[in-house]
Design a binder for this molecule. Structure first.
Ligand code: ADP
Ligand code: ZN
Length: 359
């Protein structure tokens, strides 16, 4: 079992990572609580709710199960959960536990952040992707006009990661999580990137995944500690996300996974970096790995204009200049202003070259 300590101006907390540790979570709570509300989705609840609920034998425990998938991360589910929290008479000394992937984590975190102006919450991530979303305190729900547009910075009191729960993850979700690991490696660690690009996803074992996860979390933790509220370096974590989020918004939440969208975004960020900054990042190596591991990479050319328009509405856009994260090289991220005309030009060329197999 390993612990990563995150220093946060709002509240410092530990990430505890280990194999088969879920029954211990009760012992790691920083204080005692008047009641606990565990929120999960139906897939995860069927597999793990019993174990988690039993970890809090001496406490009053309530359970709410929502439907799985990104579509649930909306204002209606948020309101439903607030209603339940009120009905269960949770108070300011109560705790919310998010048991699940990024959807459950972001949503439950936002419920905790706003219920009675904020109560404690714990993240129990059950996906690889959630190694990213569970660190750094970003909580949110989606608006139909954009992902995560309604939210806050609100760190958990504990992240408790039992990697044993990852063994039931569908292959598509494994793929999704690995894209975010590739991103972290590109931002900070060439050796890690090379190690990742040697992984064959269907065959990867849990030990290797756990090693990579921990590395990724440490990279994320370092960045978040430097810049909790995203005024500077934290923006680098958006590498691959400008196009990634636009794809998710355009295609409809849940049609492709977040990581699959980010994977295309990463490839595009490398493409723009190589052209705009004359960076020399081996794009073929990345593309080959993505292909070998069945990431969907095609963008229909009919949606290019819509994607550019959505990117212009990105949270990072200032005065209509999209702020894209590019790479001067591996571990050398930069923020680059790019106007919509240029963005359209690059995206069109990228889609065309991709179709022709030129990348
Ligand atoms: P993320 O945003 O982290 O990718 P989601 O919350 O969207 O995660 O979950 C992705 C899908 O995987 C959902 O359908 C969820 O129910 C399912 N899921 C999450 N964790 C597990 C697990 N450990 N085993 C099996 N399925 C899981
Ligand atoms: Zn992401």
């Amino acid at each position: 079992m390993n612990t990563i300590h995150i220093k946060s101006a709002i509240q410092s907390y530990d990430i505890v990572i280990g194999n088969k540790i879920r029954h211990l979570v009760g012992k790691y709570l920083p204080r005692s609580y008047s009641a606990i509300l565990i929120i999960s989705d139906s897939n995860v609840a069927n597999l793990y709710m019993e174990d988690i609920a039993h970890a809090f034998t001496d406490q009053e425990v309530y359970i709410e199960v929502i439907s799985p998938g990104e579509q649930a991360k909306n204002i209606n589910t948020y309101y439903y959960l607030q209603t339940k929290a009120i009905e269960y008479q949770l108070d300011r000394k109560s705790l919310i536990i998010a048991l699940g992937g990024g959807v459950v984590g972001d949503l439950s975190g936002f419920v905790a952040a706003t219920f009675m102006r904020g109560i404690d919450y714990v993240q129990i991530p059950t996906t690889i992707l959630a190694h990213d979303s569970s660190v750094g305190g970003k909580v949110a729900i989606n608006h139909e006009n954009g992902k995560n547009l309604i939210g806050s910075f609100y760190p958990p009191v504990l992240v408790f990661y039992d990697t044993d729960m990852l063994k039931t993850l569908p292959q598509r979700e494994v793929r999704s999580g690995y894209a975010e690991l590739i991103k972290e490696a590109m931002l900070a660690d060439l050796d890690l990137l090379n190690r990742l690009l040697n992984v064959s996803l269907p065959a990867v074992n849990m030990e290797e995944t756990t090693y990579l996860l921990e590395k990724g979390m440490r990279i994320k933790a370092d960045i978040v500690e430097l810049d909790e509220k995203e005024s500077g370096t934290r923006m680098y974590l958006n590498l691959g996300h400008t196009l990634g989020h636009a794809l998710e918004t355009k295609l409809g939440y849940g049609v492709i996974t977040h990581g699959e969208a980010v994977a295309i975004g990463l490839l595009f960020a490398v493409y723009v970096s190589n052209n705009e900054l004359k960076a020399e990042i081996p794009i073929h190596k990345l593309k080959t790995w993505l292909n070998q591991n069945q990431y969907p990479l095609d963008i229909p050319s009919e949606i290019i204009d819509d994607l550019v328009n959505i990117m212009k509405r990105d949270k990072k856009t200032i005065h209509k200049q999209v702020q894209m994260i590019l790479l001067q090289g591996i571990s050398e991220p930069v923020v680059h202003m790019i106007d919509d005309l240029k963005l359209r030009k690059y995206l069109t060329a990228f889609v065309m070259e991709e179709m022709k197999g030129g990348i």
